[in-house]
Design a protein around this ligand. Structure first.
Ligand code: NAG
Ligand code: NAG
Ligand code: NAG
Length: 369
């Protein structure tokens, strides 16, 4: 996972003392779903969902809980959160999601991390084509059937996980007290966002070395092209300019990435980038959300979800009209933001999280953050 991890590592080099690892060692688990039926009608006899948890579940007499579901981005996994920039700002003692108070659940989505996926299932390109709706349904079954979590205090997610936060809200309107989608938009993927995703899909599919998914060696050219597109869209010109201000510095960075291309799997990427195909939250679906509060956060320099599109404000505004305590926040570009990948730097939006938790806390208590 060198592409994103090199990027995250560079960020974490600046972690402060408070951000040092002081969160507990996560508990890993697997939940196997028999005969999982995808929206496409395809069935997988054994769908494995891997997950990590921190803290202990508490179920209150009124059915509310201390469960917090956190959802990762495309091609990421639950492991992407366990670093100083994210966990070190949220999970340590006294912090906003202190694991002594909250039960944190971080699943690996279908096709990601250590959950069932084309490369490790042996199915390759005959793995069922999964969509966000399938991933959301599998996560919901993990919560309700395996972890016995019928209600959550908070669902939050980043990038694809942010879109899953929206779909969690529309597919299971009463699941959560609070929702916090980060680095995403509640609308079908179109325009520039579709441009590079469609290119990734078609680059791989048209590569003779991909061989309809039945390759013996990774199709380096198309896979590398796909990773290059992601690497560009994920960050920002300002970040790259500040980190690699000369031709040679950037050349060294690229030369360092190139040998890692083959560590990725073309089928896994193809499936993951195609999973947003049917993502299309409608006003009607969004209007059903019953959470007591929703705060959506994007960053001004996010090239994937740029604020000038105005989508977030329009949708959140209409939710507000329907009485859902909804709020859209755009974090301004600064020396701290790094484009789309800013989502991992929890210090940029932790205050909004604290406000959201206070607003949606148990009635009668002033704050439960
Ligand atoms: C899953 O499907 C297979 C084949 O259709 C069937 O034999 C099996 O009993 C099913 N398993 C469960 C747990 O329903
Ligand atoms: C899968 O699990 C192993 C062992 O816990 C871990 O080292 C590895 O990073 C995980 N893989 C992914 C992609 O999360
Ligand atoms: C992408 O997903 C859609 C919806 O499931 C499907 O119709 C399409 O065939 C998929 N494309 C590829 C390249 O897998």
């Amino acid at each position: 996972m060198k592409f994103q991890s090199i990027f995250l590592l560079a960020l974490s080099a600046t972690a402060t003392l408070a951000q040092q690892k002081n969160w507990p060692t996560p508990t890993h688990g697997d939940f196997t779903i028999s005969n999982f039926t995808f929206d496409s009608g395809q069935v997988l006899n054994n769908l494995k969902i891997h997950y990590q948890t921190l803290g202990k579940l508490q179920v209150h007499p009124d059915g509310t809980t201390n469960a917090v579901l956190i959802l990762h981005g495309t091609t990421g996994s639950s492991g992407q959160f366990l670093n100083p920039d994210f966990a070190g700002v949220l999970f340590n003692p006294g912090q906003v999601l202190d694991t002594k108070k909250y039960f944190i659940i971080m699943p690996d989505g279908i096709g990601h991390g250590n959950s069932s996926k084309p490369s490790t299932s042996g199915l390759r390109a005959s793995f069922p084509g999964y969509q966000y709706s399938d991933m959301t349904r599998a996560t919901y079954r993990l919560l309700t059937e395996h972890l016995r979590v019928k209600h959550t205090r908070l669902v939050m997610g980043v990038s694809m996980g942010g879109m899953h936060t929206w779909t969690m809200g529309t597919q299971y309107p009463s699941l959560s007290d609070a929702l916090m989608p980060i680095a995403c938009l509640p609308t079908q993927i179109s325009g520039q966002n579709r441009l590079w995703r469609k290119f990734i899909i078609e680059l791989i599919r048209s590569d003779p070395a991909w061989n309809s998914g039945d390759y013996t060696a990774q199709p380096i050219a198309s896979l590398g092209g796909a990773l290059f597109l992601v690497q560009t869209m994920f960050s920002s010109p300002l970040y790259y300019q500040s980190q690699y201000p000369t031709r040679d510095a950037m050349d060294r960075y690229v030369d360092q990435l190139l040998p890692h291309i083959a560590e990725y799997d073309a089928n896994d990427l193809l499936y993951a980038w195609n999973a947003s195909h049917t993502y299309d939250p409608t006003e009607e679906g969004l209007g059903k959300i019953k959470a007591r509060g929703l705060t959506a956060v994007n960053t001004a320099d996010d090239m994937i979800n740029p604020p000038e599109l105005g989508v977030l404000e329009r949708v959140v505004g209409s939710l507000e009209l329907r009485g859902l305590g909804a709020k859209a926040v755009v974090v301004p570009e600064s020396s701290e933001t790094v484009g789309h990948g800013s989502y991992i730097k929890a210090k940029l939006w932790v205050d909004e999280l604290q406000l959201l938790l206070a607003k949606t806390g148990p009635k009668g208590s002033s704050s439960c953050s």
